[in-house]
Design a protein around this ligand. Sequence first.
Ligand SMILES: CCCC/N=C1\SC[C@@H]2[C@H](O)[C@H](O)[C@@H](O)CN12
Length: 652
Amino acid sequence: MAPKKLSCLHSLLLPLLTILLPQADTRSFVVDRDHDRFLLDGDPFRYVSGSLHYFRVPRVLWADRLLKMRWSGLNAIQFYVPWNYHEPQPGVYNFNGSRNLIAFLNEAALANLLVILRPGPYICAEWEMGGLPSWLLRKPEIHLRTSDPDFLAAVDSWFKVLLPKIYPWLYHNGGNIISIQVENEYGSYGACDSSYMRHLAGLFRALLGEKILLFTTDGPEGLQCGSLQGLYTTVDFGPADNMTKIFTLLRKYEPHGPLVNSEYYTGWLDYWGQNHSTRSVSAITKGLENMLELGASVNTYMFHGGTNFGYWNGADKKGRFLPITTSYDYDAPISEAGDPTPKLFALRNVISKFQEVPLGPLPPPSPKMMLGPLTLHLVGHLLAFLDLLCPHGPINSILPMTFEAVKQDHGFMLYRTYLTHTIFEPTPFWVPNNGVHDRAYVMVDGVFQGVLERNMRDKLFLMGKLGSKLDILLENMGRLSFGSNSSDFKGLLEPPILGHTVLTQWMMFPLKIDNLVKWWFPLQLLKRPHPQAPSGPTFYSKTFPIVIANGGGLGSREDTILPPKIWINGFNLGRYWTTRGPQQTLYVPRFLLFPKGALNKITLLELENVPLQPQVQFLDKPILNSTLHGLRIDSLSADTLSASEPMELSGH
Ligand SMILES: CCCC/N=C1\SC[C@@H]2[C@H](O)[C@H](O)[C@@H](O)CN12
């Protein structure tokens, strides 16, 4: 291994690793087409891999998850590299903390796991914009995932930073990366731009050399456009699919060499408002055994899903816009909270029939904590903090501007205009062409009027006086991560209409909500309550000590599960939607909570039905499968939730 920077323990291990491992010049991972297999250092090799995404797991928990995956019998892991996670602004790079890709590779090496790396540039993964940075859309005409020169220039610039970082970690250079995927299910995109794929392949070869195995992954329907001469073709499918039929089709692209399923689905993703997805243990284990009996190499997607913290969830479009939930539990063998499930033991049992699995006990599930209910106090209406939320003041324009046009990547923007005449009767208010992307909380003179929502609710009825202030708080709920048009612009895409009047003269306030919560709220002891009863977007908070009756003393801080959407000590836990479900709780890793002696701070932003005093409860079990479909909030027991519409928080 050639890790760059190791802890002292790792430095002690390195000489040992060097002795035990073959020297870099004898290391190889290749396709043996004569025997339809891989060879690792010249010996027959089959990988049984699992996907986990470092960008969905706090760094402090990486080693725990990787140990559990190794113990499960996996000999490799597969993960993406999200471009937008590491290049937040053009030319600005972040590989620190939970973004430290090299540290994650090192943790995988220490867990004795090989790596199948998928750097994109597009990754899908139900991640915000499929991993592409939204600042690409500042050129509105850009044609993503094609040989569009503007797109390729940005891709080249990004990969010239990323790929040299991983070069030392290629297996034949002494690292643990055995193969690298080019793009992701390109055959499903619809552009079918082979010059784009050839450009990527050339770039990877130029920056990574000729030895590393480069491959593609597509569903069976995408193999035609997704595969490319010189890249090893692999396929993805789940337990309900016809393995024989799909592998037969794959053989048309790879007549010789090992069969590979790069994404064998152990579960599935969740959308807000839809039922929680599950996949049966028996179907999954049967399918895995059938593939292993064929000698195929398999990556289980996901083995550990994790969480879409902050604003990082993506979205799909299936007739209508469907944001992905904060939880990426995926019904995976390791739960979102990091706990082994029966599915893990069942898969380990199958794997043990084909290769050695580590002996010894599996780490037990992490202890969970219950606390509360805690009653939050009202801090103030969102509009009362506009000076702190938008310190640079508004941007003025005759027509409303998108998030991308004002360089607001995530979260919220406030659109403001003033009525140019009095509206005496309730009058239709709407945005043409489904132009609300994605949810709009409408206020007149600070009084909440209702919500417009993309594909769901397109009209309100308003009244107001000449000069009344019309405020629209616009929520970006995550950009499309799959499908043929990922140029998913956010904001008011058209000027709203009130009656027969096209509303113009807009002020745009890009809101830095996370800065307010992280820096100002702790400092600003003053409250700025509503001039009237709570109405519309409102902040609440609560400080509290952690007292864990755990053996009488103050036990270690445990993981816990919080109902509504929330910030904990400034960390953005993600989105939450009580009236939609299926997710009713949010995962709170224990490292976010301060032990005794320090006060923890919960901050909540309610957007719609704002209670006087919402309550939150720390639970010791997640609730990911209760789609409420219009059930009233107060019909739920107090120990699950009391918050109404949840809200936004920024990236971490
Ligand atoms: C039927 C739609 C297939 C889209 N592909 C999906 S949905 C879940 C997974 C992840 O998004 C993964 O990132 C994709 O490569 C394949 N896949």
